[in-house]
Design a protein around this ligand. Sequence first.
Ligand code: IVH
Length: 727
Amino acid sequence: MATPDLFASSGPSPAARIAELRTELHQHAHRYYVLDEPGIPDAEYDRLFQELQSLEAQHPELQSPDSPTQRVGGKPLDQFASVRHKVPMLSIRTETDTEASGAQNFDNRVRKELGLTESDPPVEYVAELKFDGLAINLRYEKGVLVQAATRGDGETGEDVTQNIRTIQQIPLKIIAPTLGTGVSSLPPEGAELARGGPSRRSPPPVQVPPVLEVRGEVYMRRDDFESLNDRQREKIARGAKGEKTFVNPRNAAAGAVRQLDPAIAAQRPLSFFAYGLGEVTPAEEGGPQFETHHQMLLTLKSWGFPVAALTQTASGASELIAFHLKIGRERDQLPYDIDGVVYKVNSLALQKKMGFVTREPRWAVAHKYPAQEQITTVLAIDVQVGRTGKLTPVAKLAPVFVGGVTVTNATLHNEDEARRKDVRVGDTVIVRRAGDVIPEVVGVLADKRVQDSPQFTMPRQCPVCGSEAVREEGEADYRCTGGLFCGAQRKEAILHYAHRRAVEVEGLGDKLVEQMVDAGVIRTLPDLYKLGLSSLASLERMADKSANNLLDALEKSKVTTLPRFLFGLGIRHVGEATAKELARHFGQLDAIMDASEEHFLEVSDVGPIVAKSIRTFFDQPHNREVVEQLRACGVRWEEGEPAARAPQPFSGKTFVITGTLPTLSRDEAKDRVEAAGGKVAGSVSKKTDYVVAGAEAGSKLTKAQELGVAVIDEAALLALLDKAAAS
Ligand code: IVH
């Protein structure tokens, strides 16, 4: 038996415990989701939640739609039922001037309509954010959420109650407000509610009316949007059918609210901000009597509804302007999208006096910021090459005004991003430019795709110089490997070559390189050595003296070292240390230019990626040409002997080891001989140079003596090795 009768009388009745748990869970959910200050650990919340779930399962007759366990539930719908709004859901006039003066325009209109003159005091406003989501009407009867509806055409919307119930920030049941922060109860019914006097800090509690419609915006936070899209991408990668990513938080939120299957809606993380009222029990029937919009917002907050903390009162145009500017600066850092701010006359009496034009109140205005997203079409997809050889696909767009500027290019970042978004020529796309960020394509409007447009593929050749473009393992970007020749990398290549730790051309810094390349005085590295006084004199701000100094520095730079020269070529992954190692190992540039990847791997510090990079670099005919031209211009260094192939003391000598040596094992002796360049053979012949004989040497020693081959002992071998090491 799960619930022994024995204990039934010792605790609260199931009904009482259920009520207790519901209240407690509502309060904790409010603290967690709305106030953002959890009161208990998650595990404790889960424990209470499970206790409630099991009690409700045991007592189905006590189940109730406002229970916290009922946020997710219900069957998929065929379609949403229509809901006629008791009070129409208005739209809001948009101030077309996106500059601060838009706020001034609104204040001017309000003052004019109210018949105010210059001598009258400033009008009091409430300044709010214009959230980028969708408007919802929440209907509460006796404090319990009974219906949630979209705005629709303002008269009739859709019943989306099931989906809205999944939003944790929306109370399923309104908790009676308490005074201040302490735990207090409502004043006795009929008691006079103190009106906000100057000494009062928090507003008096207001009782929840029998009928209450709360209006506000359902939206998706940016971080929730990102993780939702991450999950969507994973599903798509796993081959799930019918899944897609969302282009922006607004679309994702709208999709979630209008999702027919509430189980799916429950997986889409939504949030809510309250900003107004619909039908409310009138004051004369016991409903609340607010004097200002701000007071109403504070009351909604006290009832557990999220009200944006950035909401504030503002006095006159100057404070509206200040608000507009402040939010404009903070906009990109907000955790959610806004497309503007909203100003509302604070006094409800004045609101009433001003009334409406068609469906827009005269007492409110939306003051927008330049839109950060616009729709346009893709004219072409180009690939740009950066200074360091990085290839970036860029969508060429039909010009569009977004984020305050006209945009004609938007980055697609790299091959994976371009594929993920599947942007194609001719597509209709959403372009976003937020703050100073480079414009980007957010997504494609798939249903507008022109049939048969081919998928974008990254070129395997650099579009600037034709050299091979490679994408290294584990990297997102393709890079041009023609660093020495590529027009896009010209400046970078010259600067790198001239660096103090590379070939070093004193006085050749970025400004001068920029100037010379832009003026067309130099195109590739070897051009540096063809510079004359006359071409330098043609450059702006170049005095004879500095021109001569540069020519001297260039002359001086011709005599360099192999490591400096190698480093100066700017081969990807070949830093100073690797250049030194390569020079030490190969000794000569030609040996490096022709070495195989395997051979590079013999160099300490060189792994497969570096080996491949060096090989690819010298496989580009243009890079080799530049190297040849530099040599032809007189750039030179002292070439060394390849370390691995330097004539070693034992090279060309064949040894045979026989018998037991006093200290070295046979293998040790063999290793040492080979390390010194000698060869160790198994049998004695005329070609044998030395037989190293130990104790109990047999037939091999005899053979050596017969052939007149030199016979030495271990001590003599060690002496030879020592001598070799010293030389
Ligand atoms: S008030 C009386 N306040 O903007 C005016 N609307 O066209 C009723 N919106 O559909 C709306 N933030 O979805 C108001 N702080 C805010 C808002 C806001 C966003 C949306 C709302 C409505 C549209 C108005």
